[in-house]
Each structure stands twice: as C-alpha cells, then as structure tokens.
Write a protein that binds this ligand. Sequence first.
Ligand SMILES: NC(=O)C1=CN([C@@H]2O[C@H](COP(=O)(O)OP(=O)(O)OC[C@H]3O[C@@H](n4cnc5c(N)ncnc54)[C@H](O)[C@@H]3O)[C@@H](O)[C@H]2O)C=CC1
Ligand SMILES: O=C(O)C1=N[C@H](C(=O)O)C[C@H](O)C1
Length: 238
Amino acid sequence: MKIALIGYGKMGKTIEAIATSRGHEIVHRIDINSSHLLEKESLSQADVAIEFTTPETAYHNILKCFDAGVPVVCGTTGWLEKLPEVKATCLEKHQAFLYASNFSIGVNIFFALNQKLAELMAGQPSYSVRMEEIHHTQKKDAPSGTAITLAEQIIDKIPGKTGWVNDPTQDASQLYIHSKRIDPAAGTHIIDYHSTIDDITITHTAHSREGFAAGAVTAAEWIKGKKGIFNMGDVLNL
Ligand SMILES: NC(=O)C1=CN([C@@H]2O[C@H](COP(=O)(O)OP(=O)(O)OC[C@H]3O[C@@H](n4cnc5c(N)ncnc54)[C@H](O)[C@@H]3O)[C@@H](O)[C@H]2O)C=CC1
Ligand SMILES: O=C(O)C1=N[C@H](C(=O)O)C[C@H](O)C1
C-alpha cells in the first residue's frame, strides 16, 4: 500500500518504521516545510494518508485529502470543535475518514472497561470520580484527546455529570481532569472513583508510541478502498 505521511514528527517517524516493516511504501513525508505536497497531484499518488500534525493544521490537511480523493486516518488531537464539519464534508464529498483519539489496542480495550465501570458506578452516589492524564512536555493540547474520550463516556453514564473541566473545581456537575506534563511519559490515563470506604482505580500506561503507530497502520490497511466515516471500534470489532 502507498502511504502519504502528513506530519513527520515523533508519530510520523514511528508510523514510518512500522509501515515499512509491514511492506508498505511511504510515498510522501509531509511536514511544515513541505506543505506543497498536500496538493491534489501529489496526494493522489497515495492509497491512504495518515495525519498526525498539530491542532491548528489537522482540519485543513484533512480537507486536502478529501479534495485529492484519498482516504484519511487522523490521530491529531486538540481540534475536535471542527469534527462535525469534517464529518459532514466527508459524507458530502463521498470520501473516507477515520479519527481516533488513541489508536492503541490497549486504550481501546480501556475505553470498553471505562464504559462498563461507569455503568456500574452510575447507581453509587457515595463515590466521586476524577481523572488524571500524564504526557511529555512537548504535548500541545490539554487535556489529552484520550482523556476527553474517557470523560465523555463517564459523563454519558454518571447521573449529574454534565461536563469536564481541566482545573480543580467544587462544582460536582463537572468531571475534573488533572493534566500533568512529565518527560518522557508516552501517555498515562487514570480514572479514580473515591468514597470514604474505598477507592476503585483503573490505569492505562503506554510504554512507548509503538502501540499508537501500529494501530494507525492497521487502520490505514483497513480503510483502503472504503467510503464513509469510521472509528477504531470498527477496525478492532470492539
Ligand atoms: N491518536 C493517537 O493515537 C495519538 C495521537 N497523537 C497526536 O498526534 C499529534 C502529533 O503528535 P507528535 O507526532 O508527537 O507531534 P510532533 O510535534 O512530534 O510532530 C508534529 C509534526 O507535524 C508537522 N506539521 C506541523 N504543521 C504541519 C502542516 N501544516 N502540514 C504537515 N505537517 C505539519 C511538524 O513539522 C511535525 O513534524 C498530536 O496532536 C498528538 O496529540 C500522538 C500520539 C498518539
Ligand atoms: O500527544 C501524545 O503524545 C498523545 N496524544 C494522544 C492524546 O492526546 O490522547 C494519544 C496518546 O495519549 C499520546
């Protein structure tokens, strides 16, 4: 398969190593200095584009892929306010788009676990819930995209929770997500249900970027030749 890598930073380079080890060809490595390669003529040489850039650039890069008729797998976080618009454009232009806040198998299993635990805790008002996420200091967005996905699952299930905040709060309707930036953390997410009697805590710790990159390549292999809007649950059958 021919892959255009949009974003050739920490994730782009890890994805390249895994994709080439699986026999794929990288036809473009596009970073901030080579955005001319986002033109239709260049992009359309690829079977799939994998986009890991910045919160400011993801939206425009995705639209360029739609214009070139190339399916796009996007892992960039911190731009979700534009997601409904991207999905609408994808359907309007009959293109293919897959976004995941986290591509690792472990985190996608953790999402299922988080949802089940929130269902069980929904009838237990003696517990309060909080979250913590730890990442490296170069990360541009807070809270992490993964933390937002986890928070949305909890807010959907726990009565009285209507939103999340990134600062400590006394407002019980808000789920507090504590963001810590410590090198070289690849990504840790902790959910803690606390009562005066006991605590129930679940944690996912990524040991490297390999799981994210492998999942993104699997998603690219899966989306090739498809049309529509997809997520990692579709790829992993979770
Ligand atoms: N969904 C997931 O599983 C994961 C998502 N991420 C997300 O992926 C994104 C990238 O992460 P890293 O690779 O660690 O960042 P990074 O800072 O190492 O790399 C970003 C790259 O984007 C390039 N770039 C900037 N503007 C561009 C543009 N207009 N066009 C093309 N390239 C451009 C930069 O030159 C740089 O090479 C972040 O939003 C991060 O949160 C990271 C890990 C896993
Ligand atoms: O920027 C990162 O590094 C990561 N970003 C994603 C996120 O925001 O959730 C996924 C992973 O946690 C690593």
